[in-house]
Design a protein around this ligand. Structure first.
Ligand code: NAD
Length: 643
């Protein structure tokens, strides 16, 4: 780590070099403070440029200092010293200017950013709020509603948006340092951010935005605290607001939610730091996708958007055309969300082709199968793939439940086969379970891990079993949810308990959304081999027999009125009949969420014990990113370890 001081005429340049992302560790804070003091005493220096070496300006705080008591000098004091300087400080920004990095930049008198810079205060996502004046300085630079969205929403903004909002003063051309130096030469009479009045704001509109953000956070307290901190910063004297912000920050820092969010954050970053990801990865440029339904189209879109060539193979011309249309729509919709134009869409779709011939996959480096969830269909597809592809091409299946060892065994070379279990919608959901059959080659596992990273996914290794990590745990708590209903609760009461806990959606609403037919087919297939001593709840079967196959059928566990789920008298009748048939008393269970969690955690422990998951934290990553387990509770395994 160095904080270097150089000179260009009467200008000073302070360069922070603390790889990889210039976090504000104690050593950086101390060195920076010492440079500030030196510069204050130097009459030859007229203005100072503050910049960072490497790929980014300060990208945040030092995570390794999180668990220890704060060490002096504290960041608020360092920033106050910059801001109090008589000499103008010009922050030269590039990369990701996040958290403490943006707070430092706001303490400077002028901010100039390289094109492509992103700026944000993402502390809420770690269960915190900014603790070094961010909530107090930001609303003095940008309009109150944007300050609130940035601080309580946690999403960074682009340099362009930062410029139009007033957060930065200019966007540099190619040479950021020269632009900052030029600006420094002209800098006079600059006003410290804290001495500026807050930008005009509409209190009513802000209250509405705050309420929406808090509702969306489903019990994550840092969001509510962030809303309160910004509200306070807009109305209280800055010194009071700064003190209150710091107190909130320190209180949140030692909160259980902050610990849970940090746990998930680091677990996600460690999920592929695994010996099995370390082998030599094969180059993947061209990806084949077999099946252009919901998943195949989503997978193709995910690959196209990350620069891969994609060839899709379907059953016949009509399904190929339908698959291609899905891909086009998904690519267009993703581009729209990211503000890309038609030309960008055309470039992306140029790398895509759909048809019915397996010969199109002759040059594919990786083929992902996403056809119907039936072993016989998948085996037939894999036989075609074995004949059509290069012998070193990796063959992956997106199966949800089927035995990948059995599928791999049908090939001459089973070491080519791996599971790539995407989540729906596959171009949006970040999770990817990488399922490793017994025979898989190390280089295939490593290639899948590298592929997950290139797709921008959070990859987690899993072993072969029915449902792998996530679906297996979900099956366990879905079963428990049905027990709870048969024991006396209505489906909507179970869903409400899950929402109250922080899930975005309850298990019954979710099944309606996914469709009830696949589970029904699976239950019918297994009926003959079911253990007669195991409790079996037949309510879902009754619902399906009545043609209520979920949202797409207009009815499922719920009725649908104008597309919204409402509790169903018909379903209540079926439930009552099943309860009576089973001789169950209908006392509403008081501890719905406890029972669901117990079921989830018991299965999670089994998943760990038999090696399906290698680490407890991998299970948390899967449940948080694939199944809506509230992130601020850290995942089922983390929660189980809490007092
Ligand atoms: P889907 O019914 O939407 O799509 C399946 C597609 O496969 C159809 O377009 C069909 O025409 C095509 N197909 C069938 N047989 C084929 C063959 N022999 N050759 C070429 N194409 C063929 O199904 P889906 O929801 O996309 O699921 C596909 C796979 O992904 C299944 O194994 C499923 O278990 C798995 N999966 C689904 C989800 C989900 O949420 N839907 C999530 C993860 C995994």
């Amino acid at each position: 780590m160095t904080v270097e001081l150089t000179h260009d005429g009467n200008l000073a340049i302070v360069t922070i070099d603390n790889p990889p992302v210039n976090v504000t560790s104690q050593a950086v804070r101390a060195a920076l403070l010492s440079r500030i003091e030196t510069l204050e005493r130097d009459p030859a220096v007229a203005a100072v440029v503050l910049r960072c070496a490497g790929r980014t300006f300060i990208a945040g705080a030092d995570a390794t200092e999180f668990d220890a008591p704060p060490q002096a000098p504290h960041l608020p004091d360092v920033i106050a010293a910059v801001e109090a300087s008589d000499k103008p400080w010009i922050a030269a920004l590039h990369g990701t200017v996040l958290g403490g990095g943006l707070e430092v930049a706001m303490g400077c008198h002028i901010r100039i950013a390289a094109p492509g810079t992103r700026l944000g205060l993402p502390e809420v996502t770690l269960g915190l709020i900014p603790g070094a004046g961010g909530t107090v300085r930001l609303p003095r630079l940008v309009p109150g509603d944007l300050a609130l969205r940035m601080i309580a929403g946690g999403k960074p903004i682009t340099a362009q948006d930062a410029l139009s909002a007033g957060l930065i003063d200019a966007i540099a051309g190619d040479d950021l340092l020269q632009a900052a130096l030029t600006r420094a030469r002209k800098a006079t009479g600059t006003v410290p951010t804290l001495s500026r009045p807050v930008r005009p704001f509409d209190a009513g509109a802000l209250a509405g935005i705050g309420a929406r953000l808090v509702a969306k956070a489903r019990g994550q307290v840092s969001v509510a605290e962030a809303v309160e901190a910004v509200t306070q910063a807009l109305t209280a004297p800055p010194e009071d607001a700064l003190q209150a912000e710091r107190a909130r920050f320190l209180r949140l820092k030692s909160s259980p939610q902050c610990a849970a969010l940090r746990h998930v954050f680091f677990a996600e970053r460690r999920s592929l730091s695994d010996p099995r990801a370390k082998g030599t990865a094969r180059e993947i440029a061209e990806v084949g996708v077999v099946g252009g339904g919901t998943m195949g189209a989503g997978i193709a879109t995910a690959c196209l958007r990350r620069g891969f060539q994609v060839r899709m193979v379907e059953r016949d011309a009509a399904t190929a055309e339908a698959g291609a249309r899905r891909v086009r729509e998904m690519v267009e919709e993703s581009a729209r969300r990211e503000g890309q134009d038609a030309a960008a869409v055309a470039v992306t779709l140029d790398r895509f082709a759909a048809g019915t011939e397996y010969a199109a996959l002759a040059q594919a480096d990786l083929v992902i199968e996403a056809v119907f969830e039936e072993m016989a269909v998948k085996k037939a597809v894999f036989a075609e793939l074995e004949a059509a592809t290069r012998p070193d091409a990796i063959l992956a299946t997106n199966t949800s439940y089927l035995d990948i060892d059995e599928l791999a065994a049908t090939l001459d070379d089973p070491s080519r086969v791996i599971g790539l279990h995407f989540f729906s919608p596959a171009h949006v959901m970040k999770l990817l379970e990488i399922v490793l059959p017994d025979a898989v080659a190390d280089t295939v596992a490593a290639s899948a891990a590298a592929f997950a990273k290139r797709l921008g996914k959070i990859g987690v290794f899993a072993g072969v079993c029915e449902g792998f990590i996530g679906n297996r745990i979900m099956s366990a708590y879905r079963r428990e949810a049905e027990y709870i209903v048969e024991d006396g609760a209505w489906p909507e009461e179970v869903d409400a308990a899950m929402r109250d806990f922080g899930f975005p959606i309850g298990i019954f609403e979710m099944q309606d959304m996914a469709g009830l037919d696949i589970g029904w087919a699976m239950r019918k297939r297994r009926a003959a081999t079911r253990d007669p001593n195991e409790r079996y709840v037949a309510i879902a079967d009754r619902i399906c027999e009545a043609g209520r196959l979920g949202r797409k059928a207009g009815a499922g566990w719920y009725d649908y009125v104008e597309g919204r789920p409402v509790p169903s008298e018909t379903v209540r009748g079926m439930i009552a009949a099943e309860r009576a048939r089973q001789g169950r008393t209908a006392d509403r269970p008081a501890d719905i969420m406890r029972r669901l969690l117990d079921a989830m955690q018991a299965e999670a422990r089994a998943v760990l014990a038999d090696g399906t998951a290698r680490r407890a934290e991998d299970i948390d990553v899967v449940m948080v990113n694939g199944y809506g387990f509230p992130r601020h509770r850290g995942g089922p395994m983390f929660l189980a370890g809490q007092p």
